[in-house]
Design a protein around this ligand. Structure first.
Ligand code: GRF
Length: 203
């Protein structure tokens, strides 16, 4: 499976996927990493792993549509089959959704549909929930609204700060995202309306 990754920052989820691929545990290959932020550490991680890395700043394009079309062209050039958003801070629009129908995944640091948006950990903490976690989902036109693939829960502790909670969740993210990608690579994810059914492994 040829994977493209879209990231805006640190890229630790990208790294988790890369590590699993390199260990031979994921029947997949990250073939290109794209960032809207030229300085994103995710691009450094890609280069260090010998993977093509592109920065595509939105300000270089007259509008969001053409910006996304530029990304689509790169992804198609690399024959990407699955696009993984990993800390990508923008809402995905029509050019990408049309080019990769049911082939875009995202990871969110909360148990959706609770606490969508850019501050999942902080919002969960402020709300006072006792359990939070992370969600891997397919991407649709909404903000963190697509069909849920996998979720993992972590406790929220009384003395948690945004940082300690985020770190506890991140540990689960690094386990969960490669697992979801693996299921996709094995052809085991079936979308039935809002529900993603995980099929058992065929022999
Ligand atoms: C993660 O918390 C992810 O859930 C959210 O953005 C963060 C990205 O971290 N979407 P990283 O860039 O993968 O380290």
């Amino acid at each position: 499976l040829r994977i493209g990754v879209l990231a805006s920052g640190r890229g630790s989820n990208l790294q988790a996927i890369l590590d699993q691929c390199q260990a031979g545990l994921l029947p997949a290959e990250v073939v290109v990493v794209i960032s809207d932020k030229p300085g994103a550490y995710a691009l450094e991680r890609a280069r260090a792993a010998g993977i093509a890395a592109y920065s595509v700043p939105v300000k270089d394009y007259p509008n969001k549509e053409e910006y996304e079309q530029a990304i689509v062209r790169i992804l198609q050039q690399f024959q990407v089959q699955l696009l993984c958003l990993a800390g990508y801070l923008r809402l995905v629009g029509e050019p990408l959704l049309k080019a990769f129908p049911n082939r875009i995944m995202n990871i969110h640091p909360a148990l959706l549909p609770s606490f969508p948006g850019l501050h999942g950990q902080r919002d969960a903490l402020h709300y006072g929930v006792k359990i939070s976690g992370c969600t891997v989902h397919f991407v649709d036109e909404g903000m963190d609204t697509g069909p849920i693939i996998l979720q993992a829960a972590v406790p929220v502790l009384d003395d948690d700060t945004e940082e300690t909670l985020a770190a506890r969740i991140l540990e689960q993210e690094h386990r969960l995202y490669p697992q979801a990608v693996k299921l996709f690579a094995e052809g085991r994810l079936e979308i039935q309306g809002r529900q993603v059914v995980v099929k058992t492994k065929s022999k």
